[in-house]
Design a protein. Sequence first.
Length: 60
Amino acid sequence: MEATKIKVTAYYGVPSYYSVMPQAIFDALEAASLNGEEYALVDKVQFDKMIEDYQNKIRQ
């Protein structure tokens, strides 16, 4: 898995992402948040797909 680092507060606690967020990314963000971490490591392919899906969702 190629990982990418994402800012927790940019995605966790932001309900508009939840409908396109894979469970693994949500779990990583939640764990990082509970541990007081600023960033979470997530699968880059899943994250890129989530962003693409989110952009398609807001265009509709």
